[in-house]
Design a protein around this ligand. Structure first.
Ligand code: SF4
Ligand code: SF4
Length: 439
């Protein structure tokens, strides 16, 4: 039987539109918007000014804090403005706007670093940090920080996340098929940087071609194993992946390192491979542009900073009037209010839903069916926490471990009364954290 975790749901996959479409290079954008914050942690400090000429791969924002990641120019051209602009994760963020000179000239400092064996673990981590690499599955946590656990934590296992359990998204699937060699190279960099000898690549069994391709690629590698996983949402959640593959349970409020594990996304390891092999920092990524609201769904290799509207236009534009545009998938993605927002390092997809698909239903009363409780992968009581949130009972919500909620949305998905459980739990989490900060 396939490995899996407790709970979870089975939303339709909706991956047919792009799962067999090869990655295509998106057109070079005429203008990019590079936010100085694209990661969890401190924003970058600006190191360019309006009027500066920049080249591809040149650093334009320095990540000085430990938990931060620098940002780089993704096209060559001129810095035409530095202003606070809408960000796809919400709100406005100080951003550098670069107008292309059409030359796509690469910064002279971009050079290959040599073989993995010739570089020490510390040198590898420095390359990863300087390349601005963050978790590309959506979380955008600086990778070098993840690879530098405190000395008292022993890491014995690395898990490569190729689950891609969100409906519609196929960027990771295509990366595993088309950049297999880079996935394996990136894994070897991580193994040397962290000093682990045991690596598992977890892939849902709805991607048999990717499982086969990677099994072939690592057949001669004793310490790297491909683990087919049952296709179930949210299989790609870190805690769910760790449990499914190792049987270890990350404690409440804890991180994977508490159980000796580091998880890296397949896109992230290919970015690591590129940084070491060529010296090029993270300036582009694969984005699945899909949904019935877009005419020609595709997997596009897009420069960081490309406005969403450019990629939607490149996919033939909207199919009728769109109902909702989401960054990411339908379960955990973020609804957008502007198409001017740029692709950031964590943009795995742009999903366009039709008006009918995006229709909001009036929530009914809770019928106490307990379905939300049965499927919660964290064993929470979503209905209780949602109730506390509505009543403003933040202490009680915290007692019921609201902060452990991974916001997977499975409870809202399964609820027959269409109660927006995850939205209410998210509000409770925000309030609890705000109160903690004030203390
Ligand atoms: S309570 Fe949180 S973790 Fe549990 S199903 Fe709902 S969103 Fe997912
Ligand atoms: S699934 Fe919905 S209706 Fe059923 S117990 Fe949970 S909140 Fe109530």
């Amino acid at each position: 039987m396939r490995k899996t975790f407790k709970g979870g749901v089975h939303p339709p996959h909706y991956k047919e539109a792009t799962e067999h479409r090869e990655i295509e290079k998106a057109r070079l954008p005429q203008r990019v918007i590079i936010p100085l914050q694209q990661h969890i942690g401190a924003p970058c400090e600006l190191i360019v000014k309006v009027g500066d000429k920049v080249k591809v791969g040149q650093k334009i924002g320095e990540g000085k804090a430990f938990v931060s990641a620098p940002v780089h120019a993704s096209i060559s051209g001129e810095v035409v403005s530095i202003e606070t602009l809408p960000h796809p994760v919400g709100g406005k963020v100080l951003s550098v706007v670069i107008q292309s000179d059409g030359l796509d000239e690469v910064d002279n400092n971009i050079k290959p670093f040599g073989s993995i064996e010739s570089l020490s673990p510390e040198e590898l981590k420095k390359i990863i940090r300087e390349a601005g690499i963050v978790g590309m599955g959506g979380a955008a946590f600086p990778t070098q920080v993840k690879l530098s656990p405190p000395p008292e934590k022993t890491i014995d296992t690395v898990i490569i996340n190729g689950a891609e359990c969100e409906p519609y998204l196929t960027a990771d699937h295509r990366v595993m098929l088309e950049r297999t060699e880079d996935v394996v190279f990136g894994i070897k960099v991580v193994m040397r940087a962290v000093g682990v000898s045991s690596v598992y690549i977890g892939i849902e069994d709805n991607k048999p071609d990717a499982i086969k391709k990677l099994e072939e690629a690592v057949s001669g590698e004793e310490n790297i194993k491909v683990i087919p996983l049952r296709a179930k949402y949210p299989q790609g959640g870190e805690k769910q992946l760790i449990y499914a593959i190792t049987g270890r349970e990350v404690p409440s409020g804890g991180l994977p390192m508490e159980v000796g594990v580091i998880v890296q996304n397949v896109g992230t390891v290919t970015a690591i491979a590129r940084a070491v092999k060529t010296g090029m920092p993270l300036i582009e990524r694969v984005v699945t542009v899909t949904g019935s609201g877009v005419k020609k769904p595709r997997n596009l290799l897009a420069r960081i900073g490309t406005p969403f509207k450019d990629l939607i236009e490149e996919c033939g534009g909207f199919n009728g009037t769109p109902g909702k545009v989401i960054m990411g998938g339908p379960m955990m993605g973020i609804a957008q209010t502007s198409l001017e927002v740029p692709v950031i390092k964590g943009t795995s997809g742009i999903l366009v839903l039709t008006k009918e698909e995006a229709k909001q239903y009036e929530p009914g009363p809770c019928i106490k069916c307990a379905r939300c409780v049965d499927i919660c992968p964290i064993n929470l009581l979503p209905t209780r926490i949602s109730h506390f949130s509505q009543m403003g009972m933040w202490d009680e919500a915290e007692e019921y471990n609201a902060l452990d909620c991974i916001e997977c949305g499975s409870c809202s998905y399964i609820c027959p009364s269409k109660i927006p459980l995850v939205q209410r739990i998210r509000i409770a989490k925000g309030e609890i954290l705000a109160r903690k900060r004030k203390k």
